[in-house]
Design a protein around this ligand. Structure first.
Ligand code: URA
Length: 187
């Protein structure tokens, strides 16, 4: 049985795919290991690669704005990515990279046992919720797997490209907090 520390050490030493040759630092998930909400994004960007932390660049500032709007704090949730290493030039992750990194996400999810998984953007939603997930039509909708409610919202970098998505995504995040309250009553 792996611990959080074991996973961190495996990721730090990982050389399963070529991204390990080009990354500066691997980016492990961060946050509360007892969180009921897990955010899963795509892959670290340039700033994240340099600092070894998720969402510390421009999209991190958008994420902070979304969290603040619904009174969530980073310290009370858990934020991670499908890929732990930065794909050069911010290109989309390749299938083989997603596959070789996926066991880390599985362990993180197993240890955390979140009640709510929020996919940030299409790439995460298609890997976690459904391969044909359409982020434009289906963001903010819910599916349930075992004891976990799953949804997807626009990725913060999509909001940077199209600021009209900010308000919609704030609404989706408020709904996530509402869902957490609803689930807390049921448990
Ligand atoms: N974009 C992501 O998908 N993940 C990060 O950690 C930062 C930017």
């Amino acid at each position: 049985m792996y611990t959080w520390n074991d996973i961190e050490q495996h990721i730090a030493a990982c050389s399963h795919c070529p991204l390990s040759q080009t990354r500066h630092l691997p980016v492990m998930g961060r946050g509360d290991h007892n969180a009921d909400i897990m955010l899963i994004a795509e892959a670290p960007g340039e700033q994240e690669d340099l600092k070894g932390l998720p969402f510390v660049g421009r999209s991190g500032r958008i994420l902070d704005e979304l969290l603040e709007d619904c009174s969530l704090r980073r310290e009370e949730i858990y934020i991670t990515n499908i890929l732990k290493c930065h794909p050069p030039g911010n290109r989309n992750p390749k299938e083989e990279e997603k596959e070789s990194c996926f066991p880390y996400l599985k362990y993180e999810t197993f240890l955390l046992k979140p009640k709510i998984i929020v996919c940030l953007g299409r790439v995460a939603a298609q890997r976690i919720i459904s391969p044909d997930f359409k982020i434009t039509r289906q963001h903010g909708t819910w599916t349930y797997q075992k004891d976990c409610a799953m949804t997807a919202v626009y990725h913060p970098s999509a909001i940077l490209r199209d600021p009209s998505k900010l308000e919609i995504t704030k609404r989706d995040f408020r709904e996530i907090v509402r869902k957490r309250e609803e689930l807390a009553v049921e448990y």
